[in-house]
Design a protein around this ligand. Structure first.
Ligand code: OGA
Ligand code: MN
Length: 220
């Protein structure tokens, strides 16, 4: 459901989604337009458990300011991105393992249907404190072309327009599209092409963000 809003930007609100139609829809959307937005990708109970896990990790001090760039070129630049992250590893918790299992099913489906040759997934929890943002960027690094499909799952119940923090997608030849980071919504898009940003958030904003990667064409 696309809702026309003032200021020349489209916005996606909430709608329901049956689990058996989820994967085919992602495949069709990615093939046709290079991006997809799916409300209620996973059951709300799992989303809320993941949100609690993220907050618990933040309280323990396990999240760190995210860097910009790759390897030893990486720098923390709060004027570019202000989120705090922790990378996911298998076996960290049953809820993150359940999430990784679901993404593994999506990876297989993307490979079978779209021949993307995705080999693995790397992802992290992200917490944007009030007042933070992530300026416009693309996700694929200049010196590493492995990131192929970006996937972001939001963990924030009852997100309101006035909370800010929308993901703004700069769609080719079209108006930008703002997606609210509402709990359960999954956004996927092609990592190399789609410019996007996280608008200033007024409220703590939690997500799981990651990338399906293929084998590199570049000699590293
Ligand atoms: C990122 C990013 C989008 C979001 O981490 O690269 O663009 O909505 N995140 O959190
Ligand atoms: Mn990004």
């Amino acid at each position: 459901m696309l809702v026309e809003v003032a200021g020349g930007t489209d916005k996606i609100g909430s709608m329901t989604n049956s689990p058996c139609t989820t994967l085919p829809r992602i495949i069709d959307d990615l093939a046709e337009q290079g991006w997809s937005v799916l409300p209620q990708f996973i059951p709300q109970t799992l989303t809320l458990q993941l949100a609690k896990e993220c907050r618990d990790r933040a309280k323990k001090g396990a999240l760190n300011p995210a860097g910009v760039g790759r390897g030893n070129q990486q720098q923390v630049l709060e004027g570019v991105r202000g989120d705090h992250i922790q990378w996911l590893e298998p076996g960290q918790s049953s809820v993150t393992d359940e999430f990784l299992d679901r993404l593994e099913a999506l990876r297989c489906e993307l490979n079978q249907s779209l021949y993307l040759g995705l080999e693995d997934f790397e992802g992290h929890f992200a917490l944007y404190p009030p007042g933070s943002f992530y300026k416009r960027h693309v996700d694929r690094f200049r010196d590493d072309d492995r990131r192929t499909v970006t996937a972001v799952l939001y963990l924030n119940p009852d997100w309101q327009d006035e909370d800010g923090g929308a993901l703004r997608l700069y769609l080719d030849g079209d108006k930008p599209l703002d997606v609210l980071p509402e709990a359960g919504t999954l956004v996927v898009f092609m990592s190399a092409d789609l410019h996007h940003e996280v608008l200033l958030t007024q409220r703590e904003r939690l997500s799981l963000t990651g990338w399906f990667r293929r084998r590199s064409d570049v000699l590293l």
